[in-house]
Design a protein around this ligand. Sequence first.
Ligand code: ADP
Length: 379
Amino acid sequence: MFWKKRKNKKEENNDARENAINDPREFFEKDEIVNYLSDGLLVFNNYNKLVLINPRAEEFFKVKSEEVLGSSIFDLNRFFNFKSLVSLLGGAMEKCFRKELRINEGLALEVTTNPIMIKDEKAGNLVILHDVTREKLVERMKNEFVALAAHQLRTPTSAIKWSLMSLLDEDIGRLNPEQKKLIEKTYAVTERAIKLINNLLDITQIEEGGYIVRAALVDIVEIVQSAIESRKEAIEIKKIRLLFNKPEENLPEVMMDAEKIKIAVENIIDNAVRYTAAGGEISIFIREYQTEIEVEVKDNGIGIPLAEQEKIFSLFFRASNVLKLDPEGTGLGLFITKNIIEAHSGRIRFVSKENEGSSFYFAIPKKGKFSEYLTEEFY
Ligand code: ADP
């Protein structure tokens, strides 16, 4: 039988109650839910006017909804606590995903924006503000701890290095071949420890911001040359043929932090040497383009497996084909290098084929526009 039995009043009431339990819309007005959210919410209409602010966002910005509703995003600039949000979002209500925003010393928010679509048409933008003050504090304490430990370790490790060096120079007395070999090994291990400590310091500085500090007009050819020089010994030991192709004409000097760019170049050359078999070949090219200068370091080494290439710039990442070959690596170098290049508004990329070789390229704009990383005195 296909007919439905007509429900009596009592049954209908029961149904309504059940629906109300299953469907929260029957219980709450939408606004009420928004009021109880632990995240801050702002809604801007298509004219970038604020049309909704929930209590949590009022608390974050220390405003009352009646003071700010109807204001355009630029009008919000008159409230001190809104200033950093306005400059983050800009007039165009930029799309952002988990961008950090410091409202004041005691409040860090993570901002995500989403367009609001109604029937395929954009009706405005939703701004979600998530309180990450505690996470940031823990992160900062961790960074400070690593920086302090690394600083404390650097002095004694450097002292050990210099003592070993004077032993190797036989300043104190002649060494027999066995002693020499042992001290050479210890010296190499100490150098690795110093490199690791320096890498840790670089990373804490990157995470704290203000990593690029000494910008000046610099000749990139000189930097590359001195980076090659500093890796000469390893190149000779592995009998690697190194070709340096620099442009015949002088290149314009470029605004950069020479010390940091040298670290980046050394990291790339270091990798090329380490991941290329003895007797292999490395070619370095410097090219000038209209707006940028490009450096390429090409090797015919072991290459990077295709499936792992997208992770290569991540912190601590090491490809599966190098783990046995060179267990000493840390997976820190390319992360630091990428940060250095990007802090100069540059780009870094690579092409690589397993068992054939890799080319790492980075390009720095001739007119540096990395002001956000510098203090005013450099301009
Ligand atoms: P590390 O070399 O200490 O492991 P890096 O961050 O410098 O750390 O490099 C990350 C990983 O990228 C390396 O472990 C290696 O797998 C891969 N890699 C980088 N450069 C090359 C290269 N020239 N040839 C092959 N693999 C490379």
